[in-house]
Design a protein around this ligand. Structure first.
Ligand code: ZN
Ligand code: ZN
Length: 422
């Protein structure tokens, strides 16, 4: 390097580096001030949903339920014919403090609750909703990528008291037995051997059971493009294959009392998934950032970024999916929501679709009734404790299993214990 470039290159880096920083300042505020993007959307994390249609009327002229500006846990009862959908995690594998990986919660007016995916970093938001853990025991996974199942250890950890009953997990088989959800659940339990054994006899361990309900991926075909995999208490959940790398990636459609939602996990857009989600109230579909932005922000080579992007759904093609499915509200999720990324996504969807859409951010709440669909943000306590555990029906506390003496801390370590003087 000669003297000239030795001076000029650092100078250029300084100038352009400063320009980039000035355009996209690091933002430490929380919550953020609700300024608007150039296209007129509120910036993420400011307490407003990312949509221009926060209210979608389904029945013109009907009396409409009124909602407070924010959803606050334990302060709103669901009506008997109402569904509440919460974006517990709306993001990607690089878990961010303001945007965890993927997880959705569906609560119904009959008291039933369903979790769809539990990606890394999502459980703190789920627990901040102050729902008794015992009622959060039904997990449906779209596929076994860690940004969709990586939070399972936190969800499954019943804390020995808050849930003393098994966690149930539904998911597909794979092309071989070890790639299915049953093998996954088995491995999770084996990985937790130390955890479970250490607590036996100390606290109840009934919650440390994980029960897999694996459905057969081979049952699906053009003549049988979906199957009922859950049918209880008037709730019907269908699974259907989507195009995402391996056999076993599925979407789900939940129907209950005329209300419905679909969630397709990760996928390359297909007519199959659009048709299986046709006409639902809320269709939650992934939405992926463009390859150049992904490469730059994620510090990865463009070709690798492109390989990832090619397994996902860009905004203009999501608009095409929505235009086939015709949901009452289309929701793009799994997107990197920054104030300088969302306008591009809305513009992409608008280039192919003109129905109501939203982009998910963590703790976005959607209430669905026969009359309307209302989208808001939740406010939850960042230092919330676990919700109270319900008393068992028979009023009895769970009994402890026998204490295991083998393999405990060596006696010579115990003998060095520091005790209070008597
Ligand atoms: Zn994903
Ligand atoms: Zn995936």
């Amino acid at each position: 390097m000669n003297v000239k470039t030795g001076i000029i290159l650092p100078l250029l880096a300084f100038v352009f580096g400063s320009v980039a920083l000035a355009e996209e300042p690091t933002d430490y505020r929380f919550p953020r001030e609700c300024t608007m993007t150039p296209a007129g959307y509120p910036v993420p994390l400011c307490g407003k949903p990312l949509t221009k249609t926060p209210v979608v009327i389904k029945k013109e002229g009907a009396a409409l339920k009124k909602y407070p500006e924010h959803f606050i846990p334990e302060q709103e009862e669901l009506a008997a014919n109402e569904m509440r959908i919460t974006a517990v995690g709306s993001g990607n594998p690089p878990v961010r403090r303001g945007q965890a990986s993927t997880s959705w919660l569906v609560e119904l007016g009959n008291g039933d609750k369903f979790i769809f995916d539990v990606g890394g970093g999502t459980v703190p938001a789920l627990w901040s909703l102050r729902i008794p853990l015992a009622s959060l025991d039904k997990l449906f996974v779209t596929h076994l990528h860690l940004d969709h199942v990586g939070g399972i250890l936190n969800l499954w950890d019943s804390m020995g008291w808050a849930r003393n009953t098994p966690l149930h997990i539904w998911g597909s088989s794979g092309s071989t037995p070890e790639l299915g959800v049953a093998a996954f659940a088995d491995h999770v339990q084996k990985a937790a051997a130390w955890h479970t054994r250490s607590k036996t006899g100390i606290i109840p361990t009934g919650g440390m059971e994980l029960i897999a309900h694996e459905f057969d991926a081979a049952q699906f075909s053009p003549d049988n493009p979906r199957a009922v995999i859950y049918d209880e208490n008037d709730v019907r959940i269908y699974a259907f294959p989507v195009d995402h790398l391996l056999v076993g990636a599925v979407g789900y459609r939940l129907e209950w009392q005329g209300l419905s939602m679909a969630f397709t996990g990760d996928s390359v857009p297909t007519r199959q998934e659009a048709e299986q989600s046709k006409g639902v109230d809320v269709f939650i579909h992934e939405l992926f950032i463009d390859a150049p932005t992904f490469a730059k922000r994620n510090n990865m080579p463009l070709q690798i970024a492109q390989n990832v992007v090619d397994e996902h759904t860009p905004a203009d093609l999501l608009g095409r999916v929505f235009s086939i499915a015709e949901p009452k509200l289309g929701v793009g999720t799994h997107y990197f929501t920054n104030e300088y990324t969302i306008d591009k996504a809305f513009a992409g969807m608008a280039s192919t679709y003109d129905g109501p859409v939203a982009i998910a951010q963590d703790l976005m709440v959607i209430n669905v009734t026969p009359e309307q669909i209302v989208t808001r943000m939740a406010k939850t306590d960042l230092l919330s404790w676990a919700a109270p555990a319900p008393r068992p029906a028979d009023g009895k506390r769970p009994e402890l299993e026998p204490y295991i003496t083998e393999g405990r801390t060596p006696q010579w370590v115990i003998d060095t214990g520091i005790k209070r003087k008597k």
